[in-house]
Design a protein. Structure first.
Length: 432
């Protein structure tokens, strides 16, 4: 173990890549620190049902927003010329606006049906915020990748800090004065406003320069060049979003809002290490690895090194949760969240592997291998639905979550093997 820890002090960790990753991680660390600091208070103000209602709202907006740009935002970082990247960004903006307008029409046409599922007269009014949230989330996705391209990593960090501060601060303030999930909803809504304002500053400041570079012809050329994103990756992303968001609807139908709230609370906390470390590393890795692959260099040592580091960082935390999660949740968040701790304990092995996998999640995009991840995602969501059905059949959501944790862990091990194949074959055809 000492030898492995010493490797963290190597020159490799002092490289530009790790400085960029550290900037992203520091912003996420502060953001998550704010969330973790206030969560024990919020858990004593809001019920598991309130967290379940927030989860439903986030699931609806998450499912719609994940394809709100048809995934072209992920191509912003890929072109060698900034002019092409600007046109990809402009194309993504236009698609996001069109998608939010379509979602608005859907609300008008099927608002009553969606409202009934979402909670009827009590919470149905929140659905009218969906189109605006979908638009904001789409624009934030685009601006995040633009920020990565121009290496304004501090903007990403400030965005996350502002998002977490507004989200939890409003939820706390409103939760004291207003009963129910209103405070959680408003916190989430204005958190996205904050992120959008922070990330858009660079684009707004240089708007004339960007507008001079944008043309319909360039947008069409780049739309065709990166056509695999809407053709394959958009479908993959939608199914992938269903992994986290769509599964919420099945869970509500099978086990009710209270179990959904406990699951959402547990999943949210287990996801903290991923959003804190591996996602930030993944974003920095994508920028560095794209340049390396474009120059004909191998990224295998880099990726394996990252897997090792993330494993070492995550193992103590996830092991502790696996052994003591119910007692930790009951002590920190109050006794009513002990069951969330039981669910967290069951899901820990899967979430640990997911934490490691997320650190290199952009590798298939770099190699233009989008079909296999889509297949993995389809298998994953099928396993989750089957697991929940098994839990419903045996009248035990514990059984359902246990089957889910085991089956999804096995699938992630297969994914690791495939990623190893990719990075071992650097001459694979890319974006010709």
């Amino acid at each position: 173990m000492r030898r492995k820890l010493k490797t963290l002090k190597s020159d490799y960790l002092r490289s530009e890549f790790f400085r960029n990753a550290l900037t992203l991680i520091s912003g996420t660390t502060i953001a998550q620190f704010v969330a973790i600091l206030l969560t024990p208070i919020l858990s004593r103000i809001y019920s598991t049902e309130d967290f379940g209602e927030l989860s439903l709202f986030m699931s609806i907006t998450g499912l719609l927003s994940v394809v709100s740009t048809m995934r072209y935002e992920m191509a912003v970082i890929l072109p060698e010329k900034d002019e092409d990247a600007v046109n990809v960004m402009a194309l993504s903006f236009l698609i996001a606006v069109a998608w939010s307008v379509l979602s608005l029409f859907a609300i008008f046409l099927f608002g009553d049906l969606i409202s009934d599922f979402f909670g009827g007269t009590k919470n149905g009014g929140y659905i009218y915020l969906v189109p605006l949230v979908v638009l904001m989330l789409g624009l934030i996705q685009v601006l995040n990748f633009w920020s990565l391209r121009i290496k304004t990593f501090k903007s990403n960090a400030y965005s996350r800090i502002g998002n977490a501060t507004i989200n939890n601060g409003l939820a706390l303030g409103l939760g004291i004065t207003v009963k129910g999930s209103f405070g959680l909803m408003m916190g989430y809504f204005f958190a996205q406003v904050t992120s959008l304002v922070i990330l858009s500053r660079t684009v707004v400041k240089n708007r004339r320069k960007f507008l001079d570079q944008v043309s319909w012809e360039k947008m069409k050329q780049n739309a065709f060049r990166y056509r695999n994103f809407p053709k394959i990756n958009a479908s993959h992303a939608l199914v992938g979003s269903f992994q986290e968001n769509g599964i919420i609807f099945f869970m509500k139908s099978f086990f009710g809002t209270s179990v959904l709230g406990s699951y959402s609370f547990a999943y949210r906390l287990l996801s903290v290490p991923s959003s804190l470390i591996s996602t930030a590393i993944s974003q920095a890795l994508m920028e560095k690895a794209t340049k390396s692959v474009n120059n004909g260099e191998t990224i295998k040592p880099m990726v394996l090194k990252i897997y090792k580091i993330v494993f070492i960082l995550g193992a103590p935390l996830f092991l502790t949760l696996f052994l003591f999660a119910p007692d930790i949740f009951a002590f920190v968040f109050s006794e009513k969240f002990r069951e969330a701790g039981v669910i967290a304990q069951i899901l820990t092995p899967w979430m640990f592997l997911n934490f490691i996998a997320n650190s290199a999640s952009g590798i298939p995009i770099i190699y233009n291998r989008l079909g296999i991840p889509f297949l993995f995602t389809c298998i994953d969501i099928s396993l989750k639905i089957l697991s929940l059905f098994i839990g419903w059949y045996f009248k035990s959501y514990h059984v359902g979550f246990m089957v889910m944790s085991i089956s999804c862990s096995i699938l992630l091990l297969v994914t690791f093997a495939w990623i190893y194949y990719l990075i071992s074959n650097p001459k694979l055809n890319r974006y010709d």
